[in-house]
Unconditional design. Sequence first.
Length: 380
Amino acid sequence: MKQGLRVVALLVLLALVGFGVWCWTGAEGLRSTKDAVKVLLGRKPRLLNGPAAAGTVAVVQGKLATGDEPPFSLASGAWSLTAYEQGGKMIRPNLQFDFERAADEDTARLSRRWAHGGTYSYRMDAGTEYSPAIRRRLRDVAVRLASVDVGFWAWSSGSDVKVTAVVSIDRDGKQVAWFGKDIALSAADAEGSRMNARFLIGDQRLDTTDVVSVYFWKRGKEDAYLDDVDLFFHSSEVPGRRLGTPVALDSIAAGTQPYLVFAPVAVHDVVVDTLRFGAEKEAPPTTMDAIPFGTTGKRWKFVPQEGLAYLLDANDRAVALIRPWSSASGIDIAHFDRVLAEQAGEALLLTGFDVAMRNGRAWVKAQPAPRSVRVELMRE
């Protein structure tokens, strides 16, 4: 009985102290107190502070040197090299990490024990609770950040291991927003587990100098292995497209045009004409005209401000959307800075390439390499 009374008295005392703290510090103090309690209860990771990587980074042997701590010091793949110049700033919205390293490169935090693809994965050993953070200023990854996508493969050598993908935003060393999604891992799933998460940021009041961090929080006494990590920072408008605004394809009411489905097309990779689209060649403009699909009566019309390609009928009416995506290479030609469209019999030949501006002239970039595809309309 006495023990119970002591517990009740302690709870009342804590409530009074909490109320006093709130009265003294206001809403900001209350939020900080609640966050501290969440950390103690294991419901929220701690804030990882530190400098943000510079917006301008180097390309080393086809990989992006991020300026972040290993194993996130080198980002791989063509999407990691994608960059848009806007307002005098270079925006790099994608980062991918396959953790593959050459024999003379740092592999201290990597492991060969398990990998989803390739040879290496990132190992969070039994004593590692937090991974290093990938930290960027908002102005370096997005034009008004709308969402952050985090995807990865993971496996654990034991059971009861949980990994949380965390996105945290801080301002002047104080956390203003955080998001997290968990995945439970098990040694029984030898091929590993995939997690994809989309964290919507659009309702947050953010500054361009705020810092967004992405890292991984592990609970459990066993190792965890992460591989093929994808990070995509989405803008509320299309980067690199003047006045471009994405179209809400899943909502008829949200857009100004009627809801359109994607036209059935066959997309095949073809060899790029390097005499026209080789590195350092002068870049032709994006094809803005409607280009016929042979004698089908249908035409291709690309609108770069929207990042969309439309299928037009004989009356110039948009009857469908076209996605020039190649399943073989995993490339969407519409994602390049410029897209050139040409007739190729009953099909279209599309070539996409990024450009660099020098002295008011545009030149074809070597990385990511230009791509060409042949697009054919399928019979419905």
